[in-house]
Design a protein around this ligand. Structure first.
Ligand code: AMP
Length: 331
């Protein structure tokens, strides 16, 4: 297996020069944040504040995730005028329509740092590495490249490690020797991993019991695509928030022969979010065909109706059937 070779020194140098040139920096991420979106932005902010105590550095986003509340708050909103002389750095956000902070374009210049497939590029400077296991890994690589100038903090290391752990599925997906080398740099800051893992993975007892119920509802297509649909009424009956319901995608990840698994969650406004996951075979094209996208094996989709959900399941079934017919060695 060939690991990626990154020729990123020029773009990282350009980014560092911009950071040095601006007095005001506004850091942003995608909406409905996950551990990587929050970890990468908070991690970079912490490094920059420690390195440049005289600069104004803000974290500006319009939504947050209750399950990641332990990672702390973000800054109160700045007025629109405050953006005009600022450098915007947007991390972990593949496209403009995934942006949490829609005012990002008011910044004088925008830098994109991301690891999603670069379908719709944006930004004055763009550093995208699709093979990276997380955006946090890129921020650590950036730190490592300039570690004589930048200051790492224990707080930043904890944020960045959180994103590396969560986006790589605890170091299972897209992990390279470089991933682990960079993670080791963070561990040297003596992160409290026991507390971190408890915050990330402990569940309330009622969620565990509800998961049992959800597992019984998993369906499988003829070629083995596993799927769960949770309507608004289901959520209410089970006493689940949308975030809790969305986590059901993880319940299907270890079914032999189900190389694609899909969770659909109906939102209060009637729109249906699809969470698409796979091993061996890519699901990203399915996401792109349904108002979404993401990574080869972890993508999102938005369906307008239950018919569209059914169509997506059928497409996934055909894809998996074709894959199984032409490949060996999958599990
Ligand atoms: P999720 O199922 O929300 O965890 O998303 C899996 C991956 O796909 C993440 O990297 C998301 O950033 C990406 N993703 C999710 N929804 C979309 C979407 N509608 N458009 C583009 N990318 C998405």
């Amino acid at each position: 297996m060939a690991f990626p070779v990154y020729n990123n020194r020029p773009v990282m140098t350009q980014i560092l020069e911009k950071i040095k040139a601006y007095h005001k920096i506004i850091v942003m991420r995608h909406f409905r944040p996950d551990g990587d979106a929050i970890g990468s932005t908070k991690g970079l902010v912490s490094i920059l504040k420690a390195t440049y105590p005289d600069k104004e550095i803000y974290l500006q986003n319009d939504d947050f995730a209750a399950y990641l509340a332990f990672m702390g708050e973000e800054d109160a909103p700045l007025p629109d005028e405050a953006y005009a002389d600022a450098l915007g750095i947007v991390i972990d956000t593949g496209t403009v329509n995934r942006m949490s902070n829609k005012r990002f374009s008011l910044c004088r210049e925008v830098i994109k740092i991301d690891h999603h497939i670069d379908d719709k590029p944006y930004g004055d400077i763009s550093w995208v590495e699709e093979e990276r296991s997380s955006a946090c890994e890129m921020i650590v690589a950036f730190y490592e490249a300039f570690k004589n100038e930048l200051v790492m903090t224990k707080e930043a290391a904890t944020y960045l490690y959180t994103g590396m752990v969560t986006d790589s599925g605890r170091f299972r997906f897209a992990v390279t020797p470089e991933t682990l080398r960079l993670a080791a740099l963070l561990l040297e800051e003596e992160i409290d991993t026991e507390t971190l893992f408890a915050q990330l993975y402990m569940k309330d007892f009622h969620i565990l019991l509800t998961n049992g119920e959800l597992m019984r509802r998993i369906q499988r297509t003829p070629n083995g695509v596993a799927w769960l649909y949770i309507s608004k009424a289901d959520r209410e009956a089970l006493g689940l928030t949308v975030e809790e319901a969305a986590n059901c995608v993880g319940l299907m990840e270890s079914i032999k022969g189900s190389l694609i698994w899909l969770a659909f969650i109906e939102y209060d406004d009637g729109s249906i979010r699809g969470r698409l996951r796979s091993r061996f075979v890519a699901v990203q094209p399915l996401g792109v065909a349904h108002h979404g996208g993401g990574h080869a094996n972890a993508s999102g989709a938005i369906c307008d109706s239950e018919e569209e959900v059914r169509q997506l399941i059928d497409e996934a079934d055909a894809r998996l059937g074709e894959y199984k017919a032409t490949h060996e060695g999958w599990l």
